[in-house]
Design a protein around this ligand. Structure first.
Ligand code: PEP
Ligand code: MG
Length: 594
């Protein structure tokens, strides 16, 4: 147990927390009235695609520690103890086996998280502690809870990496207690038929572990379109709608028509109409599937269509799509579970994997965007009342310039090793001075520097920023957050963080014009670039490359290939005249068609 160090610990623990908080099957809340037939619930579209399937919901946490202790029988007689111990051992084995089975169906980080959790379920230390209690007459459920509590206390006191095991242990506890109590497993169940998973919220490891053949649609009551959970859902290519008020009232088993393109969930729709909607969407998807690139408008205006990746595995998967390169490599996602700063050689090996996936192609590596919703322990973030407005992104290098220099060094080493010429960019740049400093550091290592435009101040001064760097890339997720003064993680504010907000698009246009004047590329690597219709508008605004999750690449490329540059420009003008995000979307549809 003590050497247990799974990857993506934060993701898995967040996942557990969220599933437990959000687990709310219909049976758990008797006062809930089911959503009425034909009701169309509107949310925020995240991953395009239309699906008609029954709803499943995450299993409810069967019992909390307190209620288990309170409700368990006081003790068991001597003659029953051996059987009770046996019942416990097999429950833990079943839990471990299920997790291993899920690991076998997952890949990458998700598989590692699940395998590590399975290993924890079979860990001798806590199993032994529970067995000892059962031998002393404690019923299995209570013994499970008490044994886990013992280790939770110990790990909490030890702090650091061990303290992070606490949520994993509690997750195991809940699974074993559910098994002992004959209740469904908490967390996301594996359905018998293709289903739409509806939940209050789902965390990154949760969505990462899903089997897209069985979970064919995803809808959440909470979550924003640019939360990192939504980003991973997009990477899996599962049609998804988030921030759907009223979704909690949709019962498990109800048929729904989920439209990830328009952001709706229709409850028990008329079956023939639903089937027709699915067919139409499949025709559009088929058109996307035949698109092979390179990115260009119908009249041949080139626009590089690139992929966003977070590690070598994702880069290799992206290389199987028509993506022409990598427009955003989120390096911080490689190190979320790290206690100490990875050395230059270790970093270089990771970066080299991504470069090797796209030999001779454009690869843009972003330096650590730590802080806010992606804290890195080795960075030593200060306590902040408002971390989204705090020391995140390039700002972490102010107090620790060595961190940035060592990362640039590692990128240079990787580039040398692979024979590549990667571009590097800094996140959260707010001033031309920051761009100059970053540009100097990157050039000193022979790298091509650029910066992200995510802060309105940077968009407003893009012309002066471009005096110091060779390119910019617009992060529409944060640009929307900071322009609209609306937390990108907030479901309540999701309508404000919609990248179709005309104010956000106006800043995109301003930045693109600065790029054109300087003769330097202006990309978009925020989630806006994953929306095929919006992608056309971005090109009309003057954007020169689009980078999105690999799953969105073909849809974006195919849509762009169906519109001329003049159409895109016309749509961009119409969008800038709109007064709201929905008006902007309708204006673009009127020009470019559905
Ligand atoms: C963005 O803000 O749009 C972006 C691409 O960066 P991230 O989503 O990683 O914050
Ligand atoms: Mg950002």
């Amino acid at each position: 147990m003590y050497g247990f160090t799974p990857v993506h610990v934060d993701l898995s623990t967040t996942f557990c927390n969220l599933v437990h908080m959000s687990s709310s099957p219909a049976s758990a809340s008797p006062s809930r009235s089911p959503a009425r037939s034909g009701a169309v619930l509107a949310g925020v579209p995240v991953v395009p695609g239309v699906r008609y399937a029954p709803v499943i919901r995450p299993g409810r946490t069967p019992v909390t520690a307190e209620s288990a202790v309170a409700h368990a029988a006081p003790g068991i007689g001597e003659s029953e103890r051996a059987a009770e111990a046996e019942r416990f051992t097999s429950a833990a084995a079943v839990v471990a086996e299920r997790l291993r089975g899920r690991a076998a169906h997952a890949s990458g980080a998700a598989a590692e998280v699940l395998a590590a959790t399975a290993q924890l379920a079979q860990d001798r230390a806590w199993l032994g502690a529970a067995e000892k209690r059962i031998k002393d007459g404690t019923p299995a459920v209570r013994a499970t809870v008490e044994a886990v509590d013992q280790f939770v206390d110990m790990f909490t006191k030890m702090g650091g990496l061990m303290a992070e095991r606490v949520t994993d242990l509690r997750d195991i506890r809940d699974r074993v207690v559910a098994e002992l109590s004959g209740l469904p497993e908490p967390g996301v169940p594996v359905p018998d038929e293709p289903s739409v998973l509806c939940a209050e919220d789902l965390a990154p490891a949760d969505t990462a572990g899903l089997d897209p053949a069985l979970i064919v649609g995803l809808a959440t009551t909470l979550g924003g379109p640019t939360s990192h959970t939504a980003i991973i859902a997009r990477q899996l290519g599962i049609p998804c709608v988030v921030a759907v008020p009223g979704l909690d009232e949709v019962e498990a088993g109800a048929m729904v028509l989920l439209d990830g393109t328009h952001g709706t969930v229709e409850v028990t729709p008329e079956p023939a109409g639903a089937a027709a909607a699915v067919e139409a969407a499949e025709r559009a998807a088929a058109a996307a599937a035949t698109w092979t690139g390179p990115g260009a408008t119908a009249d041949g205006h080139p626009v590089a269509v690139l992929a966003n990746v977070q590690d070598g595995a994702a880069a290799r998967a992206a290389a199987d799509t028509p993506a022409e390169g990598v427009g955003l490599f989120r390096t911080e996602l490689c190190f979320l579970n790290r206690e100490t700063e990875p050395g230059v050689d270790e970093q270089a090996a990771i970066y080299a994997e991504v470069l090797e996936a796209f030999p001779g192609k454009k690869v843009v590596i972003r330096t650590l965007d730590a802080g806010s919703d992606k804290p890195l322990r080795f960075v030593g973030h200060p306590e902040e009342a408002n971390p989204a407005l705090g020391v995140r992104g390039v700002r972490i290098s102010w107090g620790n310039p060595g961190l940035l220099d060592r990362q640039l060094e590692a990128i240079a080493v990787a580039a040398e090793r692979v024979g590549a010429r990667p571009w590097v960019m800094a996140p959260m740049i707010a001033t031309p001075g920051e761009a100059r400093d970053f540009g100097d550091r990157a050039r000193a290592r022979g790298l091509t520097p650029g910066v992200m435009i995510e802060v309105p101040a940077a968009a407003l001064l893009a012309d002066r920023i471009l005096e110091h760097v060779e390119f910019v890339s617009i992060g529409t997720n944060d640009l929307a957050q900071y322009t609209m003064a609306a937390d990108r993680m907030s479901a309540e504010l999701a309508m404000l963080t919609d990248p179709w907000q005309p104010a956000v698009l106006s800043l995109v246009g301003l930045t693109a014009r600065a790029g054109a004047a300087a003769g330097k590329p202006v990309g978009v690597c925020g989630e806006a670039a994953a929306d095929p219709l919006l992608a056309c508008v971005l090109v009309g605004l003057g954007v020169t490359s689009l980078s999105s999750a690999a799953a969105a690449v073909s849809g974006v490329g195919a849509r762009l290939a169906s519109a001329t540059l003049a159409d895109c420009r016309h749509a961009a003008e119409a969008v800038l005249d709109a007064a709201s995000a929905s008006e902007a979307r309708s204006a673009a549809l009127a020009v470019l068609g559905d």
